[in-house]
Design a protein around this ligand. Structure first.
Ligand SMILES: C[S@@+](CC[C@H](N)C(=O)[O-])C[C@H]1O[C@@H](n2cnc3c(N)ncnc32)[C@H](O)[C@@H]1O
Length: 215
């Protein structure tokens, strides 16, 4: 059976880098407010994994920070991977693949799942992926999950507080925003010890929540 997450892949196949960058500007992610919050927990020498690297926004931020540790970036879209390999071949290890079944040559200190990456997955897929990510992290590893604040309006159609649909020229996206209780229960099942929560606004005043899952 095709996963909900896989049904959302065509959107990223077709979107193209300029439109993706435009969306980041509209959302207020181009100024890296989200990543500045996350980086308070990250040391410069850490091995970092980015889940769903898109057009390379998080890699750009890490370069801007002078990050010294190895950067792994997993991305399922072949089209986006071509762009990432071209732009960051000497800076990051680009892995073309599905996070559901991707493995790394070593365990990482921090994993970044930013800009609503998790909401492209159905609830059971979210739980499964968090468990898988826990295995990819070191003993004291951290997982960062960034989502729209529950109840805040987004550019998508809101079926209810948690189910949202985005209809675009590139395809339809079916998304699910987890509650704090759900994130805590995924974290608990995956063996994390603590979940921190940061509520913040992007530079275009979009209300967001970032969870930091700590082992
Ligand atoms: C909302 S974008 C976030 C991009 C980037 N992380 C950022 O913060 O700018 C989500 C990205 O995750 C990728 N993605 C979605 N499902 C994936 C999966 N199962 N494995 C790897 N990448 C995935 C998409 O192709 C897309 O590039």
């Amino acid at each position: 059976m095709t996963r909900t997450n896989e049904k959302n892949f065509p959107f990223y196949k077709k979107i193209g880098v300029p439109t993706f960058e435009n969306l980041a500007q509209q959302g207020g992610f181009d100024t890296y407010v989200d990543l500045q919050n996350a980086y308070r927990y990250i040391q410069s020498g850490e091995i970092v994994l980015e889940i769903g690297a898109g057009y390379g926004r998080c890699i750009d931020f890490l370069i801007h920070k002078g990050h010294k540790g190895t950067i792994y970036a997993i991305e399922q879209s072949a089209e986006l991977c071509e762009h990432l390999r071209e732009k960051y071949k000497d800076i990051a290890v680009i892995i073309e693949g599905d996070i559901y079944q991707s493995y790394l040559p070593e365990r990482v200190d921090s994993a970044l799942w930013m800009w609503s990456g998790i909401i492209d997955f159905a609830p059971d897929e979210q739980a499964h992926t968090i468990k898988h990510l826990a295995d990819l992290l070191k003993e004291k590893g951290k997982l960062f999950i960034d989502i729209p604040r529950l109840g805040a309006q987004t550019i998508a159609i809101h079926q209810d507080n948690q189910h949202i649909t985005m209809k675009t020229d590139f395809g339809v996206m079916e998304c699910y925003i987890p509650t704090t209780v759900e994130v805590q229960s995924y974290a608990h099942a995956a063996g994390f010890n603590r979940v921190d929560e940061i509520n913040y606004e992007t530079s275009t005043a979009k209300k967001r929540t970032m969870y930091i899952l700590l082992k």
